[in-house]
Design a protein around this ligand. Structure first.
Ligand SMILES: [Zn+2]
Length: 166
């Protein structure tokens, strides 16, 4: 199937299909350099945006460089990611996708820094690319912090996180 990268109303560039994609098709592999997430954090410390793909137990991440890294996040996705037994990550169509549609999946960001606002425009948009699980975790941590009333501020304006397969 033919995929193209072009400007997207969601964010910067996105991936669009020129052909109809039947549900459950493995569309494209999320390929890239694999590295330990600690090394990636060090490598990209100065970069404003880094969204790496966490695989396995989260020790390793994929630093994407192929078509798949251009897929945007949406809270109402038409694709999802899945990891096979070899810890390879694939983008799978969760419904039939028509020619001209943008391919999107839910990033389920976790373990990130700074805000990761979502602009997918879906009615069910949760306003952020962080996963519901991560949001609950943060809410708990925030409550704890407030209870402690410690005043250490984090640097603002930086955004990073890891994508998770569902
Ligand atoms: Zn959204």
């Amino acid at each position: 199937m033919r995929l193209i990268v072009r400007s997207s109303s969601i964010h910067a560039a996105g991936v669009f299909t020129l052909d109809r994609i039947p549900q459950d098709t493995l569309v494209v592999e999320y390929t890239g350099t694999r590295m330990k997430h600690d090394d990636a954090d060090e490598l990209y410390n100065e970069r404003p945006y880094t969204y790496l793909f966490g695989v396995g137990d989260g020790t390793y991440v994929i630093d994407g460089f192929s078509m798949a890294m251009y897929l945007n996040h949406s809270c109402a996705p038409n694709c999802e990611t899945e990891e096979d037994e070899d810890e390879r990550v694939w983008i799978r169509a969760t419904r039939d996708i028509e020619p001209g549609e943008e391919l999107v999946y839910d990033y389920f960001l976790y373990d990130g820094e700074g805000p990761a606002p979502c602009s997918c425009g879906a009615p069910e948009c949760r306003g952020t690319m962080y996963s519901p699980k991560e949001l609950r975790k943060r809410a708990r941590a925030k409550a704890k912090k407030r209870a402690k009333a410690a005043g250490r501020k984090k640097a603002a304006g930086k955004s990073s996180g890891r994508r998770a397969a569902r």
